[in-house]
Write a protein that binds this ligand. Structure first.
Ligand code: GRG
Length: 305
């Protein structure tokens, strides 16, 4: 890329993280204070939502909101955290014995290892409607009129649903032990990982009142970095130990198709770079100037280098 705009992405992330963590803590305390959430399930939610994590989805949401002219009201962090709540639920369920049967997540015991399967299963399910209501409330607090506030909540739920994350997870589970081709693998990850990442950006844009053209550009950006993220994830999975990754089992142990198996390491890296370039171009084509979004797109693949 000729006119690369550089930004210290780690400093940017470090600057945004405290507000995101504070919003997440607010959300969890509200859940803990509810009389209809049993204490064991509230404890499982705290474990699943707060043990580490890059907070990529909330950061993308806040950055998209700001890039689209949103004026930095605190409630954008509450909106962003609704995406992390969905992400947290998905990881809690993903690690269960009936899915990936993983004992380690982010370098710590998975939620069901510490809090048991029944509490973890229910706690994760509780997070789905809580995330929807949190998104709706935050969009209203940001000044979105009612149809737009509902659209924000709807976009997150659609991305999390049968045509998005859950659908992708299902295809992934069915694909274990089979060798998937490029189209099948792209389709799977577009749903499983890409839909929520793309929704994080789209929701930020809609909440900020962006034009349809800009919103569409952010959606293309989100889908492209979603694929790049997954390719980088596969590269890491193939090249780093469980200690470094903080999770197990590996994709190979689960007999999953990966981009590394499909392309080999070098070609997988090239494809990830091409997706990053596509993401950045989709912003520039629409006049969205955001050094932060450009740096975040590159950051997504740096993890796999
Ligand atoms: C009932 C079929 C069915 C599904 C339930 C379990 C589930 C819903 C969905 C799983 C979705 C899933 C595990 C997607 C993978 C996402 C992914 C690549 C996670 C890692 O994301 P990072 O790197 O994680 O952002 P951190 O730890 O930084 O938060």
């Amino acid at each position: 890329m000729s006119d690369e705009v550089t930004l210290d992405v780690r400093a940017y992330l470090a600057g945004e993280l405290p507000a995101i963590e504070a919003a997440l803590e607010r959300a969890i305390r509200t859940i803990e204070a509810r009389s209809d959430v049993p204490a064991d399930q509230a404890a499982a939610i705290r474990h699943g939502a707060t043990t580490g994590g890059k907070r990529l989805r909330p950061i993308l949401c806040v950055t998209s909101y700001t890039a689209c002219g949103g004026d930095g009201v605190d409630a954008v962090y509450d909106l962003a955290c609704s995406l992390e709540m969905i992400h947290a639920y998905s990881l809690m369920h993903d690690d269960l014995p009936c899915m990936d049967d993983a004992e380690l997540r982010r370098g710590r015991p998975s939620t069901h290892i510490e809090h048991g399967e029944p509490a973890t299963t229910r706690a994760a399910a509780i997070l789905i409607p809580l995330a929807a209501t949190q998104a709706l409330g935050a969009a209203r607090a940001l000044g979105c009129e009612e149809p737009r506030a509902r659209r924000v909540a709807m976009l997150i739920m659609q991305a999390a649903g049968a045509g998005g994350m859950v659908g992708g997870q299902w295809v992934d589970l069915l694909g274990e032990g089979k060798a998937l081709g490029t189209e099948e693998l792209d389709g799977l990850h577009r749903m499983k990982t890409g839909a929520l990442l793309a929704a994080s950006l789209e929701v930020g844009a809609v909440a900020a009142g962006a034009s349809d053209d800009v919103r569409a550009g952010l959606l293309i950006y989100g889908r492209a970095i979603g694929l790049a993220f997954q390719i980088a994830d596969d590269i890491l999975d193939a090249t780093a130990s469980a200690d470094v990754l903080g999770k197990n089992p590996s994709d190979a142990e689960l007999e999953k198709s990966t981009y590394v198996a499909l392309y080999g390491l070098e070609e997988a890296r090239d494809r990830a770079d091409a997706e990053v370039a596509r993401a950045i171009e989709s912003l520039r084509d629409r006049g969205v100037e955001s050094r932060e979004l450009e740096a975040l797109a590159r950051f997504v693949v740096e993890r796999g280098k």
